[in-house]
Design a protein around this ligand. Structure first.
Ligand code: G6P
Length: 486
C-alpha cells in the first residue's frame, strides 16, 4: 500500500491532550493546536493511532488511564495510546536532554545548554519505549510519522530491533549549522538516529541545508540528487529523502474565531479601554528563544526617545507559562517581571499604563479578539522553527489593516517577508525604530501588506502542509508548492 493511503501512526512527545490531577481527581484538557486540527481528519479517514505522553507527572495506573482515554478516542475517531513516563524520565529525557540540551543548541543559544550523560541515557531509553509501543500497534503497511526533537532516535530503535516499518520525521524546531551542531557530545549518535528515517523534513530550506551540511561532515561522500523542496541524499550507507515544508495553521478556523461573539466583544473592550492609542501585541510561550527581554528593551527605548508617542501607545504582552521545571525558564520569568515593572514604574501616568502583562493562556476565541484589536503584532524570536503566532495574527486580522513586525530569524519570515516588517531582534535600536515605523504606516500601505500576508497564510495552510508531507513521504510530486516562497 502506498504511504499516501497507508494507515497512519502519529508519534509525538505529547498526546493531543493534557492530563492533570486536581483535588485528587484526574481530568484532562483536549489539545487545540494546529497539528491536532490537521491530523484529526486524516487519522479518522485512514484509520490511525496517536501515540504520546499524556503530560502527567504524578503516577497513574494504566487501566485508569485507558479508562479515561477510551471515550476520548471514540469521540475523536482515532485511538490515543499513552506512553507513561516516570518522574526521573520527565527530568532526564524531557526537561534534560530534550529541553536543556537539544532545544537551546538547535536555537543557537549554546550558553543555555546542559550536556549530561544521564540525560542522554534517558533519551535513548524513552525513545526505545515509544518505538516499542509504535511497533506493537503497527504493521509493515503503515506509515509511522514522528514529530519533533524529543524522538529523533525512534526509527533507529525500530531498526535495532529489526522491526521493518516505513518511517517519516518532521522537525518543528530549527536545525543548526555544523559549527553549532558539532558541539553536541552525542552528535554522531543523533545524526545516525535521523538518518534511520526514510524521510526527514524541516521547516525551511535553511534548516534542510544545515542538515545536509552536517551529513557531509560525517559522510563526506554523500551527494544530493534532485532539486526543489524535496531531494534525495545518496550515501554508501543508504539514501535518505530530505524536505523543507513550512508548517502552518488552519486559516479558516482562525478567521472564524476572529468573527466569534467572544472575539468581537474582547476586541471592542480592548479598543474602548485603549481608545486613541496604537496597540502593540506580543503573544508567546514564556521561552528564552522568543526574544521577550530584547522586545521589552526596544519598547523602553521607544518610550525614552519618542516623548510624543508616550500615552498614545500601549503594549499588551501575553506570556503562556512553559517548562517551569527547567531552571532557565523560571529565571527568565523573574527577569521579565523586573523589566515590566521597570518600564511601568518609569513611564506610567495616572491615566496610562504603558505595558499590560498577562501571565497565562487565554481561550482561543478571546485570544482571537486580542489579535483583532492589535494594530501591530510584535513577533520577534531570536530563533524559531516557524512561529505560528505570526500566522494566527494574519488569519485573525479580518479588518485587514494590521501590521506584522517579524523577526528575520523566525521560519515564518520565508513565506511572510513580502508583507511583514522584518527585524533583527538583537538590534534593539533598530527594533524600536521599526515599532515607530509600524505606528506611522499609512492605511493604504498597511492594507496592501496585509492582503499579501493573508493570501500567503490562506494558500499554504495546515491542510496543504499535511497533504504535501504525506505526498513527499510517498515519493509523489508536491501540490501548489511555489519553491520561491521558501
Ligand atoms: C514547541 C515544540 C513542540 C512542543 C511545544 C510546547 O513548539 O516544537 O514540540 O510541544 O513547544 O512545549 P512543551 O515542552 O510544553 O511540549
Amino acid at each position: 500500500m502506498s504511504p499516501l493511503s497507508a494507515r497512519l501512526i502519529v508519534v509525538s512527545n505529547r498526546l493531543p491532550l493534557a492530563l492533570k490531577r486536581e483535588d485528587g481527581k484526574w481530568r484532562f484538557e483536549a489539545g487545540s493546536g494546529g497539528l491536532v486540527t490537521a491530523m484529526g481528519p486524516v487519522l479518522k479517514n485512514r484509520g490511525g493511532i496517536w501515540i504520546g505522553w499524556p503530560g502527567n507527572r504524578e503516577p497513574i495506573e494504566l487501566p485508569l488511564l485507558r479508562q479515561i482515554l477510551g471515550p476520548v478516542s471514540e469521540e475523536s475517531g482515532y485511538r490515543l495510546l499513552p506512553v507513561i513516563l516516570d518522574e526521573g524520565e520527565v527530568e532526564n529525557y524531557y526537561e534534560g536532554f530534550a529541553n536543556a540540551a537539544i532545544w537551546p543548541l538547535f536555537h543557537d543559544l549554546q550558553t543555555e545548554c546542559l550536556f549530561h550523560p544521564r540525560h542522554w541515557e534517558a533519551y535513548g531509553k524513552v525513545n526505545g519505549r515509544f518505538a516499542r509501543v509504535a511497533a506493537r500497534h503497527s504493521d509493515r503497511e503503515d506509515l509511522i510519522w514522528v514529530h519533533d526533537y524529543h524522538l529523533m532516535h525512534l526509527a533507529l530503535k525500530l531498526k535495532e530491533r529489526a522491526v521493518e516499518r516505513r518511517t517519516a520525521f518532521f522537525l518543528h524546531i530549527p536545525f543548526p549549522p555544523p559549527d553549532i551542531f558539532l558541539k553536541l557530545p552525542w552528535r554522531y549518535e543523533v545524526m545516525e538516529g535521523l538518518t534511520a528515517y526514510d524521510f526527514v523534513a524541516f521547516q525551511t530550506m535553511r534548516d534542510r541545508q544545515n542538515f545536509q551540511a552536517c551529513l557531509r561532515a560525517f559522510w563526506p561522500s554523500s551527494r544530493v540528487r534532485g532539486r526543489g523542496p524535496v531531494v534525495t541524499v545518496g550515501r554508501d550507507e543508504g539514501d535518505i529523502v530530505v524536505g523543507a515544508l513550512p508548517i502552518s495553521i488552519d486559516f479558516a478556523h482562525f478567521e472564524a474565531l476572529a468573527r466569534s461573539p467572544k472575539a468581537v466583544q474582547t476586541c471592542e473592550e480592548l479598543r474602548k479601554a485603549h481608545r486613541g492609542r496604537k496597540i502593540f501585541l506580543g503573544v508567546d510561550r514564556l521561552d528564552y528563544t522568543k526574544g521577550i527581554l530584547q522586545r521589552l528593551e526596544a519598547y523602553g527605548r521607544l518610550l525614552e526617545g519618542q516623548e510624543t508617542l508616550r500615552e498614545s501607545v500601549v503594549f499588551i504582552q501575553i506570556l503562556v507559562p512553559s517548562r517551569e521545571g527547567v531552571e532557565a525558564y523560571s529565571r527568565l520569568r523573574d527577569e521579565i517581571e523586573r523589566a515590566v515593572s521597570r518600564i511601568n514604574g518609569r513611564y506610567a501616568t495616572t491615566g496610562w499604563t504603558p505595558l499590560s502583562f498577562f501571565f497565562r493562556s487565554l481561550p482561543s476565541d478571546e485570544l482571537a479578539g486580542f489579535y483583532r484589536a492589535a494594530d501591530v503584532a510584535v513577533v520577534t524570536p531570536l530563533r524559531d522553527g516557524m512561529n505560528l503566532v505570526a500566522k494566527e495574527y494574519c488569519a485573525c486580522n479580518t479588518d485587514g489593516d494590521g501590521v506584522l513586525v517579524l523577526s528575520e530569524f523566525a521560519g515564518a519570515a520565508g513565506q511572510l517577508a513580502k508583507g511583514a516588517l522584518l527585524v533583527n531582534p538583537h538590534d534593539v535600536e533598530g527594533l524600536a525604530r521599526t515599532l515607530v515605523a509600524a505606528c506611522d504606516m499609512a492605511r493604504e500601505e498597511r492594507e496592501k501588506r496585509m492582503i499579501r500576508l493573508r493570501r500567503a497564510v490562506r494558500r499554504q495552510d495546515i491542510f496543504w502542509w499535511v497533504d504535501n508531507f504525506l505526498r513527499a513521504a510517498a515519493g509523489r510530486a508536491l501540490r501548489d508548492f511555489p519553491p520561491d516562497d521558501l
